[in-house]
Design a protein around this ligand. Structure first.
Ligand SMILES: Nc1nc2c(ncn2[C@@H]2O[C@H](COP(=O)(O)OP(=O)(O)OP(=O)(O)O)[C@@H](O)[C@H]2O)c(=O)[nH]1
Ligand SMILES: [Mg+2]
Length: 458
């Protein structure tokens, strides 16, 4: 799971002076200039220095985030695609036994370069494993006896269902300038200002809700929205093969221009932003501290941070729930929502958008709420609040298939009765669990599968 923290300037200075602390990884990413885009995992001092040097040479600001955890989940990625070049035509002549006779040209055409294709697959759940550069095969050269060159193989990039593909238009000169219009210099802006923001500032920043807002200076052109399994789109067209001399005859000429041929056309090149719209099969939605991350740990091999304070989870975390018949479901632990989330309070809109992207919702309710000394809202009140915020954010959001997870059953004496009451009151399928003691997790897995509209067998 990706767990990236804001990187403090102080820590960065320490790293540059004393080296990167052992076992810590930082990710450097260039957001500003698509043509100079790069992303690097930095584990040692030398590579940190090298990456900054690269950024300085390209006069481009970089962002620095710390990456913790073993694997990471990516729902937005920038890739460069390069289609194959066409093969060149061939210059060759027909071999005749009769010497001195005109030997007609018989050089064949070059093969076409391969296309780069983006294809949606239900088997792919994250874009974490995608490379940054995808190159299709070049076409082969034509041969004698009018043999056409080999066509280059297409490069197929497999992405999760619901991936939206944007093409970045060529960088404008302003991309090299800071926001104020002052020409950018490494000393002034060597780290993107965005990376210093605390989580609070970050949530305010999220008010400019749309995805494009994070890169407003980019001119993005929507290419496709892949929602069906195996739906695909060609994002870069391979170059045409060049004509061989057998095909270069000119009109009105008896004899062909024997030694003429064409070189193959260059394949298209593009920078794309791939963005996953459908984050997960099931999204865990709940107030802060109700045990969403604990449940994700119990359901999958994901290791999100769990702690006894609100807003432990600051970014959506994804886990894959495996079933004995090898099917699976992607479950997202979405950061806690509070009253006013629809007005961008707490972590705000940013994560309500991830709720929007889940195919089904699992409302995680703290059954111990409303009882005991630290009296919070009851489970029913929690549900109403969550539903209200979702509807305020986008009408119809609660129409998605849903289930209720009555969590922290171990803390309540009459837990089963309370869960039954909840089910009767709401009409939603309810399962009683305790994320901590792992009671009811198997029933939860089964219910998730019943409720999920996604075909999990793929
Ligand atoms: N007794 C009990 N405690 C639980 C249970 N599930 C979670 N907790 C505790 O509740 C606290 C919060 O758990 P988290 O999993 O971090 O909660 P969260 O909903 O992910 O919180 P945020 O990320 O802040 O929204 C932790 O101290 C957990 O140990 C449970 O079933 N029973
Ligand atoms: Mg959490």
């Amino acid at each position: 799971m990706q767990s990236a923290k804001s990187f403090s300037p102080k820590l960065l200075r320490q790293c540059l002076q004393n080296g990167v602390p052992k076992g810590r990884t930082f990710q450097l990413e260039c957001h500003q200039n698509p043509l100079a885009a790069f992303s690097a995992d930095v584990r040692c001092f030398q590579s940190l220095q090298r990456s900054f040097f690269t950024a300085a040479c390209r006069q481009t600001p970089v962002s620095v985030t710390e990456r913790t955890g073993k694997s990471f989940y990516v729902d937005r990625i920038r890739v460069e695609v390069l289609a194959g070049n066409g093969g060149s035509g061939c210059v060759a002549f027909w071999k005749s036994a009769a010497k001195g006779k005109f030997q007609p040209p018989d050089g064949g055409n070059g093969g076409h370069g391969g296309n780069v294709v983006v294809q949606a697959s239900a088997a792919v759940k994250s874009m974490g494993g995608l490379r940054q550069l995808h190159r299709a095969q070049n076409g082969g050269p034509g041969g004698n006896q009018k043999k056409v060159g080999r066509h280059g193989a297409d490069k197929v990039i497999q992405v999760p269902l619901g991936t939206v593909i944007h093409k970045v238009a060529a960088a404008k000169p302003e991309d090299h300038h800071s926001k104020e219009g002052v020409p950018f210099t490494f000393q002034q802006h060597w780290i993107g200002a965005r990376d210093y923001v605390s989580s609070e500032e970050e949530s305010e920043d999220a008010s400019s809700a749309d995805e494009k807002d994070s890169e407003p200076h980019l001119d993005l052109q929507l290419l496709a929205d892949l929602v069906q399994h195996e739906e695909s789109v060609v994002v870069a067209q391979g170059g045409q093969g060049g004509r061989g001399n057998a095909h270069m005859r000119r009109l009105g000429q008896n004899r062909p221009a024997v030694s003429e041929r064409e070189v193959g056309q260059a394949g298209e090149r593009a920078v794309l932003i791939l963005e996953m719209k459908s984050l997960a099969d099931i999204g865990l939605v709940g107030l802060p501290n109700v045990g969403k991350s604990t449940l994700l740990c119990a359901l999958s091999r994901a290791k999100p941070e769990v702690a006894d304070y609100a807003f432990t989870t600051l970014r959506p975390q994804l886990g894959v729930v495996h079933y004995p018949d090898t099917s699976s479901l992607a479950v997202a632990d979405i950061p806690g929502l509070i009253r006013g989330a629809s007005q961008n309070k707490g972590l705000g809109h940013r994560f309500l958008r991830h709720v929007e992207r889940s195919n089904a919702l699992a409302f995680v309710l703290d059954l111990s709420g409303g009882v005991g000394p630290d009296k919070g809202p009851t489970a029913l009140q929690q549900l109403h609040m969550l539903q209200e915020e979702l509807e305020l954010y986008r009408a119809g959001l609660t129409d998605k298939p849903a289930l209720l997870i009555a969590n922290k059953a171990d803390k309540v004496s009459e837990a089963a009765t309370a869960a039954k009451h909840l089910e009767e009151m709401t009409g939603l399928p309810t399962v009683l669990v305790s994320g901590q003691t792992r009671k009811g997790i198997e029933q939860l897995k089964l219910l998730m599968r019943q409720v999920s509209p996604t075909d999990v067998s793929m």
